[in-house]
Ligand binder design. Structure first.
Ligand SMILES: Nc1ncnc2c1ncn2[C@@H]1O[C@H](COP(=O)(O)OP(=O)(O)OP(=O)(O)O)[C@@H](O)[C@H]1O
Ligand SMILES: [Mg+2]
Length: 364
C-alpha cells in the first residue's frame, strides 16, 4: 500500500510512454565511458534523478561455496582484484569480441544490482571516434542489453553533455554552437546545428590519460627520482588536487620496499601537466578544428563563435578550467569567446541523454 497508491487516481491521464504492459516506460540515460560509467534515471515518485557512477572495470571470481562464477565491478573490483581487474573500454570502445562480451557482463551486473527497469526508454551518449569496429561492438552491447524495451537511441556524447550546460531542459537542441568533450582517451569537438553534428573532430593526443602520464613523470622529476607513482595514483592526484584558481601543494607518503616510508610534497607536477594540456587543447581547437569548421560551414562557424562554447567531460570538472579555457582561447583567436559548462561536467552527458530519453518516451 505504500508503493503505488498514487497511480490510479485522476490527474495525468495521458498514456504517454505507456508500454504494452500498461506501466509507463522509465527514461534512462547511459554513458559507458572508458574511465567511468554513468547512468541516470528518475528517483522514486518523481523525485530528483538517481545517478549511478562507477569505474568501468570488472573482475570475476569463483564463489568459494558453489564454484559459480561471480562478477565484481567498479571501485570494489579495482580495489580487491588489482591483479586481474579489466578496464574493457580502456581505449574508449570495446576493441574486440572479448571486450564486447566483458562490457555486456559488466553492464548487466550494474543493471541487476541497481534494479534498472527493463521497461525503459534508454538513450546512450556515444563517443565520436573514428573506429567502426569499436562502434559496432558498442552498438552490439547496447542492442543486446536487457533494458530499453520501449526504446533505444544514441546521441553524441558532446551534444548530450552540452544539454545541461545550456539550460534546465533541452535548449541546446535548438541552438547552433560548438561543443568540446574533454575525456580520458579523446578530445572531441563538434559544431551542432539544431542537434545535427557538423565537422566532428577528435584527437587522441590531448587527453586526461596523457595528463596522468605527464603527472607521473613530473612527480619523478620534482622528487629527484625518489618517488615513482603509477598512472592510477597520478589520476587521483589530478582529480583531488588540480585547481586553476587555488591549487595548494600537497604531501603524500610512500612505503619504501625495505621498510620505512618517505614523505614528499608536490608543488608543480600536477598543474604543470594541466597547463600543457589546456594549451594543447586550445591549440587543437583554434588551429585545427575551427579552421575545418570554417571551411566546411562558414556561416555556422560565425554563428557558433558568437554563442557560448560548451565544454563537457571529466576534465572539465577541474575548478577554474572554464575561465582559464575562455581566456586562452580568446587570446588565441583574438576575439571574446564565451565558454560554459554544466555544474557536473563528468555526469553531464548522462544527464543530457536522460533528458532526451524523457522527451522521447513522452512522445513515443
Ligand atoms: N573531478 C575531476 N577533476 C579532474 N579530472 C577529472 C575529474 N573527474 C574526472 N576527471 C578526469 O576526466 C577524465 C574522464 O572523463 P570522461 O568521464 O568524460 O571520459 P570518458 O568518457 O571515460 O573518456 P573518453 O570519452 O575520452 O574515452 C579522466 O581523465 C578523469 O581523471
Ligand atoms: Mg567520453
Amino acid at each position: 500500500m505504500s508503493d503505488d497508491d498514487a497511480d490510479d487516481g485522476a490527474g495525468s491521464e495521458s498514456d504517454a510512454g505507456v508500454s504494452s504492459s500498461g506501466a509507463a516506460a522509465v527514461p534512462v540515460g547511459v554513458k559507458l565511458g572508458s574511465t567511468r560509467t554513468v547512468i541516470a534515471l528518475p528517483g522514486e515518485h518523481g523525485t530528483e534523478n538517481r545517478i549511478i557512477k562507477t569505474l568501468t572495470c570488472m573482475a570475476t571470481y569463483e564463489d568459494a561455496l558453489t564454484g559459480e562464477e561471480k562478477v565484481l565491478y567498479g571501485e570494489e573490483a579495482a580495489r580487491e582484484y588489482p591483479d586481474r581487474v579489466e578496464y574493457m573500454l580502456r581505449s574508449g570502445l570495446p576493441e574486440d569480441a572479448d571486450r564486447a562480451e566483458m562490457t555486456k557482463t559488466f553492464f548487466e551486473a550494474i543493471i541487476e544490482e541497481n534494479d534498472i527497469p527493463a521497461n525503459s526508454g534508454v538513450v546512450y551518449a556515444i563517443p565520436t571516434i573514428d573506429n567502426p569496429t569499436g562502434l559496432e561492438n558498442l552498438q552490439n552491447v547496447i542492442e543486446n542489453s536487457s533494458i530499453g524495451l520501449d526504446l533505444v537511441e544514441s546521441y553524441p556524447e558532446s551534444l548530450c553533455g552540452s544539454i545541461p550546460a545550456f539550460g534546465d531542459d533541452l535548449e541546446a537542441i535548438d541552438e547552433i554552437f560548438v561543443a568540446v568533450n574533454m575525456g580520458s582517451t579523446n578530445l572531441e569537438a563538434s559544431a551542432y546545428r539544431r542537434g545535427e553534428q557538423l565537422s566532428p573532430f577528435t584527437t587522441g593526443a590531448v587527453t586526461g590519460n596523457e595528463v596522468d602520464r605527464m603527472i607521473a613523470n613530473y612527480v619523478e622529476e620534482e622528487t629527484q627520482g625518489r618517488v615513482n607513482i603509477d598512472n592510477q595514483t597520478a589520476r587521483e592526484y589530478k582529480e583531488e588536487h588540480a585547481d586553476f584558481v587555488d591549487f595548494e601543494p600537497f604531501t603524500d607518503i610512500i612505503q619504501q620496499p625495505g621498510g620505512g616510508s618517505h614523505e614528499f610534497t608536490i608543488e608543480r607536477s600536477v598543474m604543470d601537466a594541466l597547463d600543457e594540456y589546456l594549451d594543447d587543447a586550445v591549440d587543437e581547437l583554434a588551429n585545427t578544428f575551427l579552421p575545418e569548421l570554417a571551411n566546411d560551414y562558414m556561416k555556422v562557424y560565425q554563428l557558433a563563435l558568437d554563442r557560448p562554447i560548451a565544454i563537457t567531460g571529466g576534465m572539465a570538472c577541474i575548478p577554474g578550467i572554464v575561465e582559464e579555457f575562455e581566456e586562452r582561447l580568446s587570446a588565441e583567436l583574438n576575439r571574446d569567446i564565451d565558454v560554459i559548462a554544466a555544474d557536473e561536467p563528468d555526469i553531464a552527458p548522462t544527464i543530457g541523454a536522460q533528458r532526451i530519453a524523457a522527451r522521447l518516451v513522452d512522445t513515443n
